[in-house]
Design a protein around this ligand. Structure first.
Ligand SMILES: Cc1ncc(COP(=O)(O)O)c(C=O)c1O
Ligand SMILES: NCC(=O)CCC(=O)O
Length: 433
């Protein structure tokens, strides 16, 4: 079922060419193979759970465009909706009904959201949510957690996860100290630290931002104690609790992490799945919070292509397929099967590693675990991860190219593909002991 995919001459040539005109040959460092070495694979097409590269090699895809492809590539209903939208125009810069359709689907699904504003990316959603939290509370400080990633928002690009962590630059040059002086960085899953921060900065904290299921230091689950403390402390101190559900929204449950855990934030950032593979982000919350957003309120945020009709059509079709099917049961079953298989493979190989999973997001960490925060994640043997990654890639399994990412199972994956992936992992892990 899976083939030898180790010969990629056309991909290598395409990367050579790209490097001349694109910094590092990539439009996002997360896909540059910086942490694992080697050459990023140039893709040609996708179908269901499969990716085909420019050399014609076929891989089973566990990246899913970094999360959006929860239905797999080229889902028929999604393709049809895009084709239909394209018959009208690619953009109007004026309201269209599709924007309301997507907003209604989000509001119906996500418990805390009464109103939602569309953006073009998760980064924009985060940037706008920070501004809104500050504008709505009249306070400047924001709390974030080490290893969480909220896009490349200046004020949150400190101790960031994902590509920033991989490249060893958790904070970026070009972000002036002034942009981050009001950012308080704490450890994930540490309620005592959060309580201390509220004591240290009384009436100064506008919002507490976090990934309520973290994917950007690998998959890390929040403890119940941590979630309860977040809600309780934010309420007591008049700060907004902001869930960055760009990755876990419509992924760990149709209503996101807040539905799965029953904890209600004041602000929610979305992206990835809600666009179904098109550039869409969003931020939303109770009307009482969202009334501060321009043009109703005075917190400015805008976008020439925001609410783009083709992207909205893609998002609407994706969410309807998620809402009306048995997708989440299927994802849970497939991902549990993968978790169990990988755990067996680890044991059989005698390698120090663990698998952490929430719904269809999972990470194989090369550390004994459990991984509860960034310090734990950084105990991972990243050299071993690089070998594992390339072993899998050459056997037709396309994984995220960093230890500090989540792999995603889609509804298009099958039991057979999961078993073939586990068989490949057994082989590769066996060479790493
Ligand atoms: C939790 C989280 N927030 C925000 C972002 C930023 O989204 P985007 O890459 O669409 O700007 C990402 C992913 O990149 C993410 O995983
Ligand atoms: N988990 C990290 C991402 O999803 C980011 C992808 C990218 O920036 O290319």
């Amino acid at each position: 079922m899976l083939a030898d995919t180790s010969s990629r001459p056309l991909s290598d040539a395409a990367f050579e060419k790209a490097q001349k005109v694109i910094p590092g040959g990539v439009n996002s460092p997360a896909r540059a193979f910086g942490a694992v070495g080697g050459t990023p694979v140039h893709m040609a097409s996708g179908e269901g759970p499969w990716l085909t590269d420019v050399d014609g090699n076929r891989y089973v895809d566990f990246v899913g465009s970094w999360g959006p492809h929860i239905l797999g590539h080229r889902h028929p209903a999604v393709m049809e909706a895009i084709a239909d939208a394209l018959t009208r125009s690619t953009s109007f810069g004026a309201p269209t009904p599709a924007e309301t359709d997507l907003a209604e689907l989000v509001v119906e699904a996500v418990p805390s959201v009464e109103q939602v504003r569309m953006t073009n990316s998760g980064t924009e959603a985060g940037m706008s949510a920070v501004r809104l939290a500050r504008g709505a509370t009249g306070r400047d400080k924001v709390v974030k957690f080490a290893g969480n990633y909220h896009g490349h928002v200046d004020s949150l690009l400190v101790s960031a996860g994902s590509g920033a962590l991989t490249l060893g630059h958790p904070s970026s040059p070009g972000v002036p100290a002034g942009c981050t002086q009001d950012t308080v960085v704490l450890d994930y899953n540490n309620p005592q630290q959060l309580e201390a921060a509220f004591k240290k900065y009384p009436d100064q904290i506008a919002g507490v931002f976090l990934e309520p299921v973290c994917g950007n230091m690998g998959v890390v689950t929040p403890t119940e104690e941590f979630l309860n403390a977040l809600r309780d402390l934010c309420t007591r101190h008049g700060a907004l609790l902001a869930f960055d559900e760009v990755m876990c929204g419509f992924r760990v449950a149709y209503g996101g992490a807040q539905a799965r855990f029953g904890v209600t934030p004041d602000l929610t950032m979305l992206g990835k799945v809600i666009g179904g593979g098109m550039p869409v982000g969003a931020y939303g919350g109770p009307a009482e919070v969202m009334k501060h957003v321009s043009p109703v309120g005075s917190v400015y945020q805008a976008g020439t292509l925001s609410g783009n009709p083709v992207a909205m059509a893609c998002g609407v079709a994706t969410l309807k397929a998620l809402r009306d099917g048995d997708v989440y049961e299927r994802l849970e079953a497939l991902a549990a099967r993968l978790e169990a298989g990988l755990t067996d493979a680890i044991e059989a190989a005698g390698v120090e590693a663990c698998v952490q999973r929430v719904g269809s997001m999972l990470t194989l960490f090369f550390t004994a675990g459990p991984v509860e925060n960034l310090m734990d994640a950084q105990k991972s043997d990243v050299e071993r991860f690089a070998k594992y990654f390339h072993g899998m890639l050459d056997r037709g399994v396309y994984l995220p190219c960093s230890q500090y990412e989540a792999m995603f199972v889609s509804a298009a994956h099958t039991e057979e593909l999961i078993d073939a992936t586990v068989a490949a992992a057994k082989e590769v892990l066996g060479t790493l002991a």
